[in-house]
Ligand binder design. Sequence first.
Ligand SMILES: Cc1cc2nc3c(=O)[nH]c(=O)nc-3n(C[C@H](O)[C@H](O)[C@H](O)COP(=O)(O)O)c2cc1C
Ligand code: SF4
Ligand code: SF4
Length: 265
Amino acid sequence: MKAAVIYFTGTGNTLRVGEVFKAYLENIAYNVDMIDITKHSRNLKDYDLFITGTPTQNSVSTFNMNDFIIKYISKKNNPKARFITYVTHSWGTAFGHLTLKDFISRRGFEVVGARAFIAPNNFYMFRKDEPKFEEKKFQQTLRNIYDGVWNLMKSFTDGQVQIDQRSMLKKNLWYARSIFTKYTVFSRFAKMMIKVDSDKCSKCKVCVNKCPNNNIVLSNNRIQFSNQCLACGRCLHICPKNAYLLSNKPFEQYEGIKKPIVELI
Ligand SMILES: Cc1cc2nc3c(=O)[nH]c(=O)nc-3n(C[C@H](O)[C@H](O)[C@H](O)COP(=O)(O)O)c2cc1C
Ligand code: SF4
Ligand code: SF4
């Protein structure tokens, strides 16, 4: 059997959760491809299972996953394929796994699982009420992710559908709101919110090369942004000099989940 874990990640959480799905599926003899949607540009063919994951923004999944599915995954090329959707998020209730499920169902595929996973927060510096993720919670969070994936996949192998129940009204409201935000705020996120302290910046171009949407250039010896930001936060946290400023202020970087979750729990 052939599966693909298809993911978008800004700072690694969604990839790390995807790796747990991969480990489970390999245990039951699936061949599993890991596909980063920002690096892949060919049609996918003859898969039995797709697992699609994104970070949560504005309580829903990121829209580049919808664009990827439209472009590269057709029913014709994958007549047997079923889907499982997931999101990683940091607080409250997330709806992205369900809005993604709705989108995929409308394209004629069967969705057999959908789940949101609380992960360490990469957005704490924007929210005064959300302090940086505490180390002591870290281990338990990883354990919950691992158990959550195992539980969902056990249902899948037992032939059961496991889809979180959430408020339909809130889901639809957040979805509508996030379509608006995508064009008005998130695409301009870097330009509006981020600057680089040129005294700290070594012009190494790590941020330029790692931005998933080519939204950063080094021009006239200064880091500059375009209006194609995905609001993923990668540049902020990846800069080796911590030279980024948010709303003109420095901040402590998110270090991410440094190893595969199966090695950390
Ligand atoms: C611009 C932005 C918006 C976010 N919005 C939400 C949100 O609405 N709800 C939430 O729980 N987490 C939110 N987060 C936190 C991320 O979803 C969370 O840290 C996620 O695990 C990051 O995944 P990644 O490491 O794969 O990029 C947001 C993060 C960013 C950068
Ligand atoms: S990663 Fe940091 S130090 Fe390197 S070019 Fe970007 S802002 Fe400057
Ligand atoms: S510029 Fe935008 S898309 Fe690029 S890494 Fe930074 S937050 Fe992500």
